[in-house]
Design a protein around this ligand. Structure first.
Ligand code: UDX
Length: 437
């Protein structure tokens, strides 16, 4: 099938490459000429496992091209809308400038019976408005709202093998869903559940799921706060709680909390939208979820100060990990990068490293001392802070590192290290929500 993908950021670039991989002919459109040139040259503007190979294969097959010219979509039957919906400056609400701009640009090029598939994360009510706008200018064109649930680091496999497909449609538009079924045929053959619902429910599934995940993380981080004052161990607590299948162990990892381009902005936009609809009370708990999350960052800075004997001034701190999570170079709202910057602002002499996120970190905080080398970061350190749980940090050898540091002190901001392994090698090990032995 001939399809277009409008907006080639994280979501769109991966979606376009995966759709071409499935055998469709895809044109990806973006307003950013640098991004388009890079993608056409086979370079993804972000790090994502499996994406370079997928992109190279799709481009070589001739089924995938990227362009800044929206007119290139004129022969496509289906158009995926994958533009970003960032948080508005100094506000909580989502900025729909890119969504509105994309629809306006697309309308003059729609085939009479085109299908527009919305994948961006939008405030509930957006799809109904866009559907009216599309039908006004193109009465037989149809909008389907098909939210995307992919996780960074797993974007390719989540796109090819999603755990559910949700189609939001207007009554009477059921036939259009068959076209989307054809596009997603391989996932449907593999038995993925498909839920057909109304626009509002489809839009809400995405933000409700992200709000739930954020709440689960903040719940365990709130328990970590209680563990810290009562001498309990949040990791053992989470393990024991997680054995209850109604609760489950996933997303109960206490530590520095959530960041990235989705969870923080999505819960804020969700609160703002609920407020506009007069249901602000329903989501006041998300304010608490957000503040528990932000408190973990300041607690981590306090812990660094504590292990440095009460003052950060002049202390050399090695920060390991800057990305908001492992297997990503994304530092948007990254707890790790924010803690690194705070430590430096409070007088520590920080040397930070990350396997993939050094370049992006330098763009955000040009004053931060960064290195690609783990060894360089830890040499002479008064304390090591592990702030993103990359596998290379999880598997570090405490005996090898001992000869490089000034003081054998390690702070585990992600509860990803084995305390016993470090303590038995003579290290002071401290972690969020775990007792100090
Ligand atoms: C999230 C959703 O998972 C995904 O479904 C949605 O489409 C986009 O937003 P992503 O932002 O890629 O995906 O990251 P995710 O794996 O959810 O992690 C988000 C943050 O929570 C990370 O900073 C991670 O370190 C943190 N986290 C996760 C915890 O602090 N504890 C946990 O137990 C799990």
């Amino acid at each position: 099938m001939q399809i277009s993908v409008i907006g080639c950021g994280y979501l769109g670039a991966v979606h376009a490459a995966c759709m071409a991989d499935l055998g469709h002919t895809v044109v990806g459109v973006d307003v950013d000429v640098t991004k388009v040139d890079a993608l056409n040259a086979g370079i993804a503007p972000f790090f994502e496992p499996g994406m370079p190979e997928m992109l190279a294969d799709a481009l070589a097959s001739g089924r995938l091209t990227f362009t800044t010219d929206i007119a290139a979509v004129k022969d496509c039957k289906v158009h995926f809308l994958t533009v970003g919906t960032p948080q508005r400056k100094n506000e909580k609400a989502a900025d729909l400038t890119f969504v509105n701009g994309a629809i306006e640009a697309l309308l003059p090029h729609l085939l009479p019976e085109a299908i527009v598939v919305g994948k961006s994360t939008v405030p509930v009510g957006t799809a109904a408005r866009l559907s009216d706008q599309i039908q006004e200018s193109c009465p037989d064109a149809i909008l389907i709202w098909n939210p995307e649930f992919l996780r960074e680091g797993f974007a390719v496999s989540d796109t090819l093998s999603p755990n559910r497909l949700v189609y939001g449609i207007r009554p009477g538009h059921d036939e259009a869903t068959l076209v989307l079924d054809e596009i997603y045929a391989s996932a449907l053959h593999a038995g993925v559940p498909r839920i057909i619902t109304d626009f509002a429910t489809a839009e809400l599934v995405k933000v409700a799921a992200n709000a739930f995940l954020a709440t689960k993380i903040s719940f365990i981080n709130a328990m970590a706060e209680v563990c810290e004052v009562s001498g309990a161990d949040v990791v053992q607590l989470a393990d024991a709680m997680g054995h209850d299948p109604r609760i489950g162990r996933k997303f109960l990892n206490a530590g520095l909390g959530f960041g990235g381009g989705c969870l923080p902005k999505d819960i804020r936009a969700f609160m703002a939208r609920a407020g506009e609809l007069g249901a602000d009370q329903a989501l006041t708990f998300l304010r608490e979820v957000d503040s528990i999350n932000m408190r973990r960052r300041s607690r981590t800075v306090d812990l660094a100060r504590e292990v440095c004997g009460g003052s950060l001034l002049g202390k050399k701190i090695a920060v390991l990990g800057l990305a908001f999570k492992p297997n990503s170079d994304d530092v948007r709202d990254s707890p790790a990068l924010s803690v690194a910057a705070q430590l430096q602002l409070q007088g520590a002499s920080v040397v930070a490293t990350d396997p993939k996120a050094v370049t992006n970190s330098a763009k955000r905080f040009p004053d931060l001392v960064l290195t690609e080398s783990l060894e360089e970061a830890v040499r002479g350190a008064d304390a090591i802070m592990v702030l993103t749980e990359w596998q290379e940090y999880v598997s570090m050898d405490p005996y090898e590192l001992a000869s490089l540091v000034a003081t054998r002190t390690i702070v585990d901001g992600r509860n990803c290290l084995d305390p016993e392994k470090w303590r038995s090698a003579g290290w002071t090990y401290r972690a969020l929500g775990r007792p100090q032995l």
